[in-house]
Design a binder for this molecule. Structure first.
Ligand SMILES: [Zn+2]
Length: 114
C-alpha cells in the first residue's frame, strides 16, 4: 500500500493496484462505503497520514468534488468486475449516488437488478 499527498488530497494505491482517496473521515473505496472502515483508512491513520491533511477536510464530504466522485465510481466499477457483474455506467452512477457508510449490500444489488 502506497500513500501520497498531492494538493492536500491523500491517495492510496492498494496492493491490487486500485487507487482510492482518503480524507479525515474516511476512504472512497467500496468497503469503507459499506462497513465504515477499511484497511486503507486504518493504515493511513496508523502511519499518521490522515493527520497531515488540513483540518478543513474533516468537514468536506466525499461528494464535494468531481475528483472524489470519479474515485468512488472507479471503486464501484472494480467491485462490479470482481463480482462478474456487467459494468454499465447507469448502474455505476446509481450506486455512487446512494452509497454511504449506511448503505447495505442489498440496496447496492437492487441497483444492479433494476
Ligand atoms: Zn479504503
Amino acid at each position: 500500500m502506497k500513500f501520497k499527498i498531492t494538493n492536500d488530497v491523500l491517495t492510496v494505491k492498494s496492493d491490487s493496484g486500485s487507487t482510492y482517496t482518503i480524507n479525515r473521515t474516511g476512504c472512497s473505496c467500496v468497503g469503507f462505503g459499506w462497513r465504515g472502515k477499511c484497511k486503507h483508512f486504518t493504515e493511513a491513520k496508523e502511519q499518521g497520514w490522515v493527520y497531515k491533511l488540513p483540518l478543513i477536510n474533516k468537514f468536506v464530504g466525499f461528494k464535494k468534488t468531481q475528483f472524489i466522485i470519479e474515485s468512488r465510481k472507479d471503486a464501484i466499477r472494480q467491485w462490479l468486475k470482481k463480482k462478474r457483474i456487467k459494468v454499465r455506467e447507469s448502474i455505476v452512477n446509481k450506486i455512487e449516488s446512494i452509497m454511504t457508510a449506511k448503505t447495505s449490500m442489498k440496496e447496492i444489488l437492487a441497483c444492479v437488478r433494476n
